[in-house]
Design a protein around this ligand. Structure first.
Ligand code: SF4
Length: 211
């Protein structure tokens, strides 16, 4: 791994369209994470999307399907979007890191949080997605995405659901990653977190309505 590069930049295509980016990302070898993973999981959605949501990295299901947010966390995201009054197909969904990082334990692949150098290596893809889509609203899902784009001192727990001052997009906000709902200890806590997540998304949807 010491010989692996830590930068996706050389793999970015000259032509900046979502199709060209998605195709080029399939061949990215910008860090070591591509080796054990099944495939690159690039962002999904239309260039004209007004809302972009950015998570941490694909999970087990996403790695197999090649699509973001199709596993259990994706279902929570769908519920949150629906409760906030926005359709999934109207949003652009992506992750900070495009390959699944995991530890193999028996037959199970256990999610591992990407490290800073891996996030740094993969950021050029996200920057290119932002450049092409130019969303009016950007929502960062979870601490990894929020810290990657807003700085390492940003705390989701303190600032979730706030409209933030950032040059990334006219409307920028952060909330939990939907997988955090699944990790709650009981049903009551899950319901509370689900409602809080939807409320955070609603703030952004309402701000979009006001643009
Ligand atoms: S994680 Fe990102 S930088 Fe690393 S190989 Fe995959 S697409 Fe490239």
């Amino acid at each position: 791994m010491a010989d692996d590069p830590n930068d996706a930049t050389p793999f970015l295509p000259e032509r900046r369209s979502l199709k060209a980016l998605r195709e080029a990302a399939q061949g990215c070898r910008g860090c070591h994470l591509w080796r054990p993973a099944t495939q690159t999981v690039f962002g999904e959605g239309r260039r004209s999307s007004r809302l972009m949501l950015v998570g941490e990295q694909p999970g087990d299901r996403e790695d197999l399907a090649g699509k973001p947010f199709v596993g259990p966390a994706g279902r929570e995201l769908d519920r949150g979007l629906e409760a906030a009054g926005i359709e999934r197909r109207d949003a652009y969904l992506t992750n900070v890191v495009k390959h699944f990082k995991f530890e193999q334990r028996g037959k199970r692949r256990i999610h591992q949080t990407p490290r800073r150098f891996e996030i740094h290596a993969c950021t050029p893809w996200l920057e290119a997605e932002l450049e092409v889509v130019k969303p009016e609203a950007l929502v960062l899902l979870g601490a990894v995405a929020a810290k990657a784009l807003l700085g390492s001192s940003f705390k989701v727990t303190q600032h979730r659901g706030e409209l933030l001052d950032s040059e990334l997009a006219p409307i920028v906000s952060a909330t939990i990653h939907p997988s955090a709902i699944l990790r709650q200890r009981d049903d009551a806590a899950r319901v509370r977190e689900r409602e809080a997540f939807a409320a955070d998304l609603r703030v952004v949807v309402e701000a979009l309505g006001a643009v």
